[in-house]
Every structure is written in structure tokens, then in C-alpha cells.
Design a protein around this ligand. Structure first.
Ligand code: CA
Length: 226
């Protein structure tokens, strides 16, 4: 069986060592680089299942790395940051991060999050989407809207798939958390808003219709995409 390969991008050796150690203990193969530029090179050379990306890097920040690779790679990304400001968390998720861990963090907690995200990504789609406008991409983990690749993150893919299967129904944040494979922590409820905002922007890029509706106090619904 091929082992799952993870890329760790972190310039502080002590933190990198801790992360590598805990991930290797969980059976993952880990590559480590300390610069954003090296991360981009590595991703173009090898196939990674997930990337752990420090926000404060010497050459470019983690958000810039994420933006630079998102057009070509849709692997899950967990941001590491020393700063705990809300703005960072929201920015990170809006530009395509899947999760967010603030330093100092528990290595075990990080490993647990890695496993949750990989499990969610590896779950086969439960239903095929039937629509001419919206189609599952050949990779099986992205959608085409009007024949254009949406370049969704794994969470956005799950959310769109779930909402499309329940088109017209108002879904609460809690239901969407379950669909996305999130834990039901209070902090995660706001994350759903960030993911929906990003998903909405990606849909708008290739279609003028406003598919996702916000229902204040209730949640979100998706108009049928036909
Ligand atoms: Ca750093």
C-alpha cells in the first residue's frame, strides 16, 4: 500500500520537528521545506495528500503560497499561524484553506485534524450529480460549472455536493457542518460562512445566477442548477 505523503511548510525547525514526528508516528510520509517558494516547487514535483502551511514564512507568506498553488492543486491545506486574530482565520479559509491551527498547538490535535480532513476527502461521493450545467470533474473531487473547472477545496466540494443533492432546501449551519465532516464546535459555525462565501464567489465566476441564498437566522439554500 502506498503511504500518504504530507508536505510540511514551516521555517522554525523545532516546530517542524514536532509536526514531522507526530505525523510519522501516525504512519504518514512527511516532506519538509522551510520556504514558500520551495513548497510550490515540491507540489509541482510530487503528489501530496495534504499540506500543512505556516503563514509566517521568510520569503512569502502562507496565504500567498495558497493563492499561488490553488489554480493547479486542490489538496487540503491546514494553516499554522502564530497570530490568533479572526481576520487571519477568515482570510485563510476564504482563499482556500481547509482548516486553521493557532500556535502554540497540540501536535496530537493537529494529527487528529489531518486524519479528519483526509477521511473526508477520501470518502467516495454518495450520489452522482445530475445536471447539464453542473458536473463532477474527471478527478472526482471538483465540479465543472458551464464546463469551467471551479477549483474547489475539498470542503467546498462536499458542501456543493450536499447542497445540490438537497437543492431548494434550507440547510442549517449545523447540517452543513455535518455534511462537510466538521466537528460540532461552536468556533466552526463561522467557518461555514467563510466556506460558503468562497464557494459563492467561485460559482459567480462562471455563471450570473445567484445560486446560494442566505436565510438569516436559518442557514443557506442552493437553487437548482439546471
Ligand atoms: Ca514561521
Amino acid at each position: 500500500m502506498t503511504k500518504t505523503r504530507i508536505l510540511v511548510v514551516e521555517d522554525e525547525q523545532a516546530i517542524a520537528d514536532t509536526v514531522i514526528h507526530v505525523l510519522e508516528n501516525e504512519g504518514f510520509v512527511v516532506d519538509w521545506v522551510s520556504l514558500g517558494g520551495d513548497a510550490i516547487t515540491s507540489l509541482n514535483k510530487k503528489k501530496y495528500a495534504l499540506m500543512i502551511l505556516d503563514v509566517g514564512l521568510p520569503d512569502m507568506n502562507g496565504f500567498e503560497v495558497c493563492k499561488a498553488i490553488r489554480a493547479h492543486h486542490n489538496l487540503p491545506i491546514i494553516f499554522l499561524t502564530a497570530r490568533s486574530e479572526e481576520i487571519d482565520r477568515v482570510v485563510g479559509l476564504e482563499i482556500g484553506g481547509d482548516d486553521y491551527v493557532t500556535k502554540p498547538f497540540s501536535p496530537r490535535e493537529l494529527a487528529a485534524r489531518v486524519k479528519v480532513i483526509l477521511k473526508r476527502v477520501n470518502q467516495a461521493p454518495t450520489e452522482i450529480v445530475h445536471s447539464n450545467k453542473l458536473q463532477v470533474a474527471s478527478s472526482g473531487c471538483d465540479f465543472l460549472l458551464n464546463n469551467q473547472l471551479l477549483s474547489l477545496t475539498s470542503i467546498e466540494f462536499k458542501l456543493l455536493q450536499h447542497m445540490h443533492q438537497h437543492a431548494g432546501m434550507v440547510m442549517s449551519r449545523e447540517q452543513l457542518l455535518t455534511a462537510g465532516g466538521f466537528a460540532h464546535d461552536a468556533g466552526y459555525e463561522r467557518n461555514i460562512d467563510s466556506h460558503i462565501k468562497s464557494l459563492r464567489a467561485k460559482l459567480r465566476k462562471f455563471d450570473d445566477n445567484e445560486y446560494i441564498k442566505t436565510h438569516r437566522g436559518f442557514g443557506y439554500s442552493l437553487n437548482e442548477i439546471t
